[in-house]
Design a binder for this molecule. Structure first.
Ligand SMILES: *Cc1c(COP(=O)(O)O)cnc(C)c1O
Length: 413
């Protein structure tokens, strides 16, 4: 880190790690959007079921805003907890098969709140190494002894739980890993936690609504329940297409969060219109299971085509399909080359992923057409086989000049 902002920024640029926001000028139906004045196909959103643009969800939000207003006006413990929030909590509890659910403003805040309420000084928090940043921050900030175990390694978890000693033990994991798309081995994590009297918290931001026979997520996929995973975190900004998050669990857990989770207590309740929109989205998740099936059919199609084209695939059967490229420069260059072909796929670089793990994070959505998936794989194959261009080779050294990088960073179109 540089001593001042300017040199810190210069160091980030030199390392290929400078981040730049892309203005999406307009979201269009069918996973399309306008970027740099051009219509492109979006292959990196988390709107897996296509509900963010669904007219029924948008209309529920608009109607609720007209009748209930734009904001909640206060935190939940003052006067912000409205009928819409309460109804959504009851519906989320039913959807996840838990006694209760509690709304948070974001998934980030839900995770901070859970860890702080369930662990502190003298306790132990253990996390999968590839957990989402919000879970890692939650573990670090709660004041407990904190350590990470190797990705997906339940034996490593067990070895850390063994000597954890007195105090509460909390194990935090993603259900679907957000940058890799693979699943946590929840049955093994759950039995390790049971043996060592640890509490398992699963953040299923990317599994809920998509995996499991009824969209119940990774927990349902594995045939587990509330006994195995007593604390379930879900977000509403991904498959549900709106905004916010929730924690589901038993009565006492939720009551404790209301008493102790500072990120619940000291913040304004979501706008009730967001809660009403989410109720509409939840209804669609329940009544239109074809959406999840369609996403998963796209996953199969993508993987078959990509394997045929010799693309480097990861071990994922979820809508998150990383294409590993190695260096940040290679990932950025491939992303820019794809954008030139009309496909929006963001490059993911450290520290979001480990050093050497820069990638394109392709996501598939119900709103994609079969032909869109075919087109993406063709474009990917072209971009990655342009071996004459060293910046695009997965194994290439970082480019010195990086024309692609510079050209791309100049703004899109
Ligand atoms: C996106 C995400 C979050 C954060 O949720 P927000 O509601 O966007 O703050 C938390 N955990 C995981 C695994 C995520 O992917």
């Amino acid at each position: 880190m540089g001593p001042d902002p300017a040199s810190h920024l210069a160091a980030l640029r030199a390392a290929g790690l400078y981040r730049r926001r892309r203005v999406v000028e307009q979201a269009l139906p069918g996973a399309r959007c306008v970027v740099g004045g051009r219509e492109v196909l979006n292959f990196c959103s988390n709107d897996y079921l296509g509900l963010a643009q669904d007219p029924r969800v948008a209309e529920a939000m608009a109607a609720a805003a007209r009748s209930l207003g734009a904001g909640s006006g206060a935190s939940h413990l003052v006067t912000g907890h409205q009928r819409a929030h309460h109804a959504l909590e009851e519906e989320l509890a039913a959807f996840t098969g838990r006694e209760r659910a509690l709304l948070f403003s974001t998934g980030y805040m839900a995770n901070l709140g859970v860890a702080a309420a369930l662990a502190g000084r003298g306790d132990t928090v253990l996390e999968d190494r590839l957990n989402h940043a919000s879970l890692l921050d939650a573990g670090l900030l709660c004041g407990a002894r904190f350590s990470r175990f190797n990705h997906g390694d339940s034996d490593a978890l067990e070895r850390r739980l063994e000597p954890a000693g007195r105090g509460r033990k909390l194990v935090l994991t993603d259900g679907v890993f957000s940058m890799d798309g693979d699943l946590a081995p929840l049955p093994r994590y759950a039995s390790a936690c049971r043996r060592h009297r640890a509490t398992l918290v699963v953040d299923d931001a990317h599994g809920l609504g998509v995996l499991g026979a009824t969209g119940g997520g990774t927990v349902e996929h594995f045939g587990l329940g509330a006994v195995d995973v007593p604390v379930l975190v879900g977000t509403l900004g991904k498959a549900f297409g709106t905004f916010g998050a929730f924690v589901a669990g038993d009565r006492d857990l939720i009551d404790l969060l209301v008493q102790r989770a500072r990120t619940y207590i000291y913040t304004t309740a979501l706008p009730p219109a967001v809660a009403e929109a989410t109720r509409a989205a939840l209804g669609i998740v329940r009544t239109e299971p074809w959406r999840a099936r369609r996403v998963l059919a796209h996953v199969t199609r993508f993987r078959d085509l990509a394997r045929h084209a010799g693309l480097p695939l990861a071990d994922s059967f979820t809508p998150i399909q990383p294409v590993l490229l190695g260096t940040p420069q290679a990932a950025t260059a491939a992303s820019e080359a794809l954008l030139g072909r009309g496909f929006l796929v963001t490059a993911i670089r450290p520290p979001t992923v480990p050093e050497g793990g820069s990638r394109l994070r392709v996501t598939l959505c119900a709103t994609h057409e079969d032909a869109d998936v075919v087109g993406l794989v063709e474009a990917l194959a072209e971009v990655l086989s342009e071996g004459s261009d060293p910046t695009l080779s997965p194994t290439a050294d970082p480019p010195d000049v990086g024309e692609h990088v510079q050209g791309g960073q100049s703004g899109g179109a």
